[in-house]
Design a protein around this ligand. Structure first.
Ligand SMILES: NC(=O)C1=CN([C@@H]2O[C@H](COP(=O)(O)OP(=O)(O)OC[C@H]3O[C@@H](n4cnc5c(N)ncnc54)[C@H](OP(=O)(O)O)[C@@H]3O)[C@@H](O)[C@H]2O)C=CC1
Ligand SMILES: Nc1nc2c(ncn2[C@@H]2O[C@H](COP(=O)(O)O)[C@@H](O)[C@H]2O)c(=O)[nH]1
Ligand SMILES: [K+]
Length: 485
């Protein structure tokens, strides 16, 4: 990356402080852009879902991996629960979506609660593993709440055979005017295909492990038995280990990272596969170098930009994210390591700018909390708008959950150091309520950024991006106006 006209910034920069200018390009089409990440993880789009309890769970992990990204499961979850999630993600189909399933005798009220769990907003009615009907929200309206699924379900079910050619499946759905159909394998439910999902499968390449299963990562903290937890997660088949703490440039982190790297190396010797280790968070070149020297393949960068994060207000510590990523990415590169830009992403432009600053992938938390796939329940406010509740991983709420097994005194002491919001509402965008809708926007924006820069790959974008500095008025000029001035 270079600054426009050789400018040298006089202060640190946020994503809002910068813009990119187009350069002469020989990349003829946005579809010629390859968004595979250079960090050796194997992701085909540069998006990582942040390890936040309100964001990264099973549904988020499988949905994002199916489109080429990766979710990191949070460290606050019991290892047994994490293992269950990893198994579920690994057994999910790389192309067919996982359906919501209900039994015919279940009450309609129960179905309504489940429909918000998946963007396709339908439940397949299953009896002995075989699909026998379909229920959508419309079927559940204006029926008394004691009605059962069998009373309202549609029985004229269109099914598709497993292995059907996706173009053909699209044509079948189109000709029958249906958006979704269960896929059956010898009569048993194998997944669902939607018209949108089929189109997406033509554009995205799933992030798969060497056994062809969807990828998923998991985080470990810096306290407790780091090596033991890392070993279990590696044995379960995680594709990335993230050693994560607020202040990543501390001795305890370096010890934890060393333990995780040792566990990884032992696993590599046994399995023949070297799993990348990510560590953070830092915002200085020195921090990045120390983590790389301790064995991190990827450095997680960002202190304070997160939407749930109060660190800068509480401590005055942090660093505007664009400059933090720029400096850490340059230092990491010298050490043969990579960077993930973590936090503060609200628009596709921020993803593009994080990549321009040198990141291999961009980590997103809160923006994805407001989607069907995040773990929380869908709630409606007084105006009928749908939202999910989110909270920070250093909030009193998260600290209470994380320290559940400690003494009352230790818990009370930990609670003194709150650096995150305990409750926030992340509204679903009615035009983009599923995480895949957000991925579509991000990926189309970023593909376009690349062609403006004349870059066909992330590596080329790193070297070709030309970035200028702008005032608040410059940023404001770029915003669309839904109504007049
Ligand atoms: N990116 C960001 O800006 C931030 C992210 N977070 C996220 O919140 C989650 C919880 O992280 P964390 O609070 O580190 O909890 P952890 O459970 O990972 O523990 C942090 C450990 O580091 C010690 N420590 C020393 N200095 C600090 C410091 N300034 N801030 C925090 N801990 C410190 C703590 O000791 P002791 O408690 O005795 O001081 C404790 O042993 C993580 O997912 C993290 O990424 C949290 C804050 C900022
Ligand atoms: N200081 C805090 N930072 C937090 C907390 N919870 C999460 N985070 C960080 O934010 C990013 C995600 O950023 P977002 O803008 O996409 O939401 C996450 O990866 C953490 O690094 C918190 O409680 N305090
Ligand atoms: K913030």
């Amino acid at each position: 990356m270079e600054f426009l006209n050789g400018q040298t910034p006089q202060h640190d920069l946020t994503y809002n402080d910068v813009f990119m200018v187009p350069s002469r390009s020989s990349v003829a089409s946005r579809l010629d852009v390859d968004l595979r990440t250079p960090d050796q993880v194997g992701t085909t789009i540069p998006i990582v879902v942040a390890n936040m309890t309100a964001v990264a769970g099973r549904r988020m992990a499988e949905t994002v991996a199916r489109r080429g990204g990766l979710a990191i499961l949070p460290q606050d979850v019991k290892v047994e629960a994490l293992e269950e999630t990893i198994t579920e993600v690994k057994s999910a189909h790389p192309v067919y979506e996982t359906p919501v399933t209900v039994g015919p005798e279940e009450p309609v009220a129960a179905v309504l609660a489940l429909l918000g769990k998946r963007a396709h907003r339908a439940a397949v009615v299953v009896e002995d593993g075989r699909p026998v009907g379909l229920v959508t929200e419309r079927d559940c309206l204006e029926v008394d709440r004691f009605s059962t699924v069998a009373d309202v379900m549609r029985r004229d079910l269109l099914t598709l055979p497993v292995g059907i050619d996706l173009d053909e499946a699209f044509d079948v759905l189109e000709s029958k005017h249906v958006g979704l159909a269960p896929v059956v394998d010898d009569g048993r439910l194998a997944g669902v295909l939607t018209r949108r999902g089929i189109l997406r499968s033509a554009i995205y390449t799933p992030a798969l492990d060497p056994q062809g299963r969807l990828m998923v990562g998991a985080a470990v903290g810096i306290n407790g038995d780091v090596a033991g937890r890392a070993e279990r997660l590696l044995a379960d088949g995680v594709d990335v280990i993230v050693v994560d703490t607020a202040h990543g440039h501390q001795d305890r982190m370096l010890d934890a990272l060393t333990a995780a790297v040792r566990a990884r190396d032992a696993h590599a010797e046994r399995s023949g596969r070297r799993i990348p280790v990510t560590a953070g968070n830092v915002v200085s070149a020195e921090g990045a170098r120390d983590l790389a020297a301790a064995g991190a393949d990827i450095i997680k960068v960002g202190v304070g930009p997160g939407a749930m994060c109060t660190t800068r207000m509480m401590t005055g510590v942090g660093r505007p994210q664009f400059s933090a990523v720029l400096e850490c990415a340059a230092a990491a590169k010298e050490c043969g390591a990579h960077v993930w830009a973590d936090g503060g992403v609200k628009y596709p432009r921020d993803v593009a700018l994080g990549l321009a600053a040198g990141a291999a992938s961009i980590m997103i938390g809160s923006w994805f909390a407001g989607t069907y796939e995040s773990p929380g329940d869908l709630v409606r406010d007084a105006d009928g708008r749908s939202y999910k509740e989110s909270f920070g991983m250093a909030s009193a709420r998260a600290v209470r959950a994380r320290t559940k097994e400690q003494s009352a005194f230790a818990r009370a002491r930990s609670a003194l150091f709150e650096e995150g919001i305990s409750s926030s509402r992340m509204y679903l965008d009615p035009e983009a309520s599923g995480v895949e809708d957000l991925l579509d926007r991000i990926v189309s924006g970023v593909r376009s950024s690349f062609t403006y820069a004349g870059a066909a790959t992330v590596g080329e974008f790193h070297s070709r991006a030309v970035v200028g500095l702008q005032s608040a008025a410059g940023y404001d000029e770029g915003r669309p106006r839904a109504t007049s001035w």
